[in-house]
Design a protein around this ligand. Structure first.
Ligand code: SF4
Length: 172
């Protein structure tokens, strides 16, 4: 539930519509209301966190990303964390329910960005250690980087690429 705040109250008082929560699956209704001139004063989805699997991928045009420092694009692999560390802001913003993009979603994001010339990715996950798909996600990223993006590198059956390599170690 959205808390109270003097600035939010002032915004509401002058007719500003507020959206709280995450937009996946909800933005369509807001845009339709806006187009119809019938925006609600408040859209509060803070108690209804959406799943991330299969949602439309976040994507900026490559030319836009290239203007940012390092030419890195970014996306979140997972949101939320079930723990309650006292110093943590994550759980106040993203909630205590872990949600994640599927390995196929993540591979698609990387492929689509790679196709538009982007080679650097900043990936966030509120608690990747709790992401049930950490292993297939890393396997796919390793394959994309070590095999597909470097045709000069061939994986020999006698020297299988291990996920340890993702951490900077040598191939197994
Ligand atoms: S995201 Fe990290 S710091 Fe925050 S509650 Fe979870 S484990 Fe604790």
């Amino acid at each position: 539930m959205l808390g109270t705040d003097p600035d939010l109250e002032r915004a509401k008082a002058i007719g500003v519509s507020l959206f709280a929560g995450e937009a996946e699956g909800r933005l369509q209704q807001v845009l339709q209301d806006a187009a119809a001139g019938q925006l609600e004063p408040l859209y509060d989805f803070t108690d209804d966190l959406p799943a991330l699997e299969g949602t439309p991928i976040p994507l900026l045009p490559g030319k836009t990303v290239q203007r940012a420092v390092g030419g890195s694009t970014s996306f979140d692999a997972g949101r939320g964390c079930p723990y309650q560390c006292s110093f943590c802001t994550i759980i106040n913003v993203q909630g205590r329910k872990s949600r994640r993009r599927s390995p196929a979603d993540i591979e698609k994001i990387v492929r689509v960005n790679y196709a538009q010339g982007l080679r650097s990715f900043f990936i966030t996950d509120d608690n990747f250690a709790r992401n049930k798909d950490w292993e297939p996600i890393l396997d796919r990223l390793i394959h994309l980087r070590e095999v597909e993006s470097r045709p000069d590198r061939r994986v020999s059956p006698s020297r299988p690429m291990t996920r340890v390599r993702a951490g900077g170690s040598v191939p197994g």
